[in-house]
Design a binder for this molecule. Structure first.
Ligand code: WQD
Length: 351
């Protein structure tokens, strides 16, 4: 059984990916210091898969602590690197925290991968690297633009670091550019756990609908789009997760044509904020209390993916539609309400 190290394995996309990897025959270990996640999420992974996943509660910014994981697991076939801070707003306030954490952890993992000859590497990247594209849908060849935030810059730099690292080392890498991951596992045992007030649209919607937030604010409806609100490519987290399994299959079967390849992970459909709210109301039966406010600085007007490469080369075929994305997100929020402390995450005050 091929064994994979998933860093950030207790995070939203990390945990969903671990479930998919296990269901497709991989053995998995996690490395997550739980500074922004709860290790209890792996109990849900065990309920879904029947497999207990070991988590190394380690700060990957410590080379020695990272090295110790590899010393204990010399049979790794590959690594998926999710571990990073990801709040756009926080990165603007604390840029050095983001450069230090996101880049040092990546460099340590890559150094150990080279030291222990772990030759298959999947990097969690983001459509953020495209900035405000001149033409949509974006393909993997669409030129990246200056990042809109230090967070986005760490993803652009991260891609370059991975590209250069595998070039010298005989390893192979895949960069997965997620569009907007949303929704939750159909079991409602896994889902997004925003820390503090949610910055992202879907948790802001579900927390408003459940009464955790008094009212949701739509950041602008005067954009040059069909209803004035921003357009994004929302993609179900389980579809994102399965793309990681397919990416590993692709690398392990040596189907890669270059030593570092990029894939867009989006549905190829763009929806506006107001269309998403409408779909949520239909899926939940809840009328959302929202108002329209000013634009949010740094927001991209419209972006959605051309996902032909992932479809043709990875055999990826995203299954969840917008209704299911909203329905699973809502089912998860309802479950969290049932048990408020189910995953008490630290730093709850973080916005
Ligand atoms: C989507 C739209 C907001 C909240 C995110 C992550 C980024 C990357 C890509 C991972 C925008 C509007 C939001 C609210 C709103 N993911 N909105 N009211 O900005 O596309 O980027 O996905 O790498 O890290 O931040 O997603 O969900 O924040 O915003 O009107 O309360 O919803 O203005 O138009 P975004 P988002």
């Amino acid at each position: 059984m091929k064994k994979i190290l998933v860093t950030g394995g207790c995070g939203y996309i990390g945990a969903h990916t671990i479930v998919d990897l296990i269901e497709n025959g991989y053995e998995v270990i996690s490395a997550d210091n739980n500074s922004r996640s709860s290790e209890r999420i792996l109990e849900s992974v065990e309920k879904i898969t029947g497999k207990k996943v070991k988590n190394y509660k380690v700060d990957l910014c410590s080379y020695d602590d990272t090295f110790a994981i590899f010393q204990e697991n010399t049979d790794l076939s590959g690594i998926i690197h999710f571990a990073a801070y990801k709040s756009v707003g926080e990165s603007v306030e604390k840029p050095l925290l983001y450069y230090e954490n996101n880049l040092n952890s990546l460099i340590n993992i890559l150094k150990c991968a080279e030291e222990f000859a772990v030759d298959n590497f999947v990097f969690s990247s983001s459509c953020t690297v495209y900035g405000n594209p001149d033409a949509i849908p974006v393909t993997e060849q669409t030129p990246t633009k200056p990042a809109e935030s230090p967070y986005g810059a760490t993803k652009q730099m991260g891609e370059q670091i991975v590209r250069d690292a595998v070039y010298n080392h005989k390893g192979k890498a895949i960069l997965l550019r997620y569009f907007n991951p949303v929704g939750a596992h159909p079991s409602a045992l896994l889902g997004e756990l925003p820390i503090g007030k949610p910055q992202n649209l879907v948790p802001a919607i579900t927390q408003t609908a459940i009464g955790k937030l008094p009212q949701m604010l739509v950041h602008g409806n005067d954009y040059p789009t069909r209803d004035g609100s921003c357009v994004r490519d929302y993609i179900h987290v389980c579809d994102i997760a399965h793309a990681h399994t397919l990416a590993f299959d692709y690398l392990l079967q040596e189907k890669n044509q270059q030593n570092c390849e990029v894939f867009n992970l989006g549905t190829g459909n763009g929806y506006t904020v107001l269309e998403l709210i409408n779909e949520f109301e239909k899926a939940s039966g809840v009328t959302l209390n929202y108002r329209v406010g000013a634009r949010r600085p740094g927001d991209v007007v419209a972006i959605y993916a051309n996902n032909d490469r992932a479809r043709q080369l990875l055999g990826w075929d995203p299954k969840y539609n917008l209704h299911e994305m909203m329905a699973t997100a809502w089912k998860w929020e309802l479950r969290l309400k049932e048990d408020e402390n189910i995953f008490n995450t630290p730093n709850a005050g973080l916005n």
